[in-house]
Design a protein around this ligand. Structure first.
Ligand code: C5P
Length: 213
């Protein structure tokens, strides 16, 4: 029986990760945070003193990525998020990470019956045949507040104006790149979490997914 796939896309800090993890727990599915792949590439490039905007460096690192690279402690920082969005605009980087994501969706680890993947292009490029697709969005101001909370919980100092400017820049780059731009798949359900708490958003998402499966 083919694995059941739930695709969750949307801009940074819209609540994708929280929703995807919650859905995976409720459905007993495996979860893949595809952003962590791009973050791992960005983090490795920065760690070796390279320029994430350089095609050759980014492609070389992506093509040599190892599972242990996904365990780096610095993946959630803003600097790494920026580097991730720079390397993610490169076709060779995206191509290098595609097979791993598709394999995860088709054969979820631990014999799970399905997988939840979140990112920017899961419903459009990675898993275009996924029966359940959500596009999660929220106002950029609320997303900046949420990202700030997240950063502060890790002990980082976060300034609202800086986080807001950074989110806008990253979204703009993700939406306007030539390859796999951030956009809802034609058959995605839109879920706006601006005025929803975590529980409410999860209930709504579960309802949508159950209707599709
Ligand atoms: O979701 P997260 O903020 O961790 O992703 C970091 C960056 O990785 C995003 O800004 C985006 O540029 C890139 N990304 C992507 N495609 C995905 C997931 C993430 O381009 N499927």
């Amino acid at each position: 029986r083919p694995a059941m796939v739930v695709a969750i896309d949307g801009p940074a800090a819209a609540g994708k990760g929280t929703l995807a993890r919650g859905l995976a727990r409720q459905l007993g599915f495996a979860y893949l945070d595809s952003g962590s792949l791009y973050r791992a590439v960005g983090a490795k490039v920065l760690a070796e003193g390279g320029d994430p905007a350089d095609d050759e460096t980014a492609a070389r690192v992506a093509e040599a990525l190892q599972p242990a690279d996904l365990e780096r402690p610095d993946l959630r920082s803003e600097a790494v998020g920026r580097a991730a969005s720079l390397v993610a605009a490169k076709p060779r980087v995206r191509a290098a990470l595609l097979a791993f994501q598709r394999h995860f969706a088709a054969s979820p680890p631990d014999g799970k019956a399905g997988a939840v993947l979140d990112g920017r292009d899961i419903g459009t490029v990675v898993c275009p045949d996924a029966p359940a697709k959500l596009f999660v969005d929220a106002s950029v101001e609320i997303r900046a507040r949420r990202r700030m909370e997240e950063l502060r919980q890790t002990g980082a100092d976060a300034i609202y104006a800086a986080v807001l400017a950074d989110l806008k820049e990253r979204d703009e780059r993700d939406r306007n790149r030539a390859v796999a731009p951030l956009k809802p798949a034609d058959d995605a359900e839109l879920l706006d979490t601006t005025d929803l708490g975590i529980e409410e958003a999860l209930e709504t998402a579960l309802r949508i997914v159950r209707r599709k499966t």
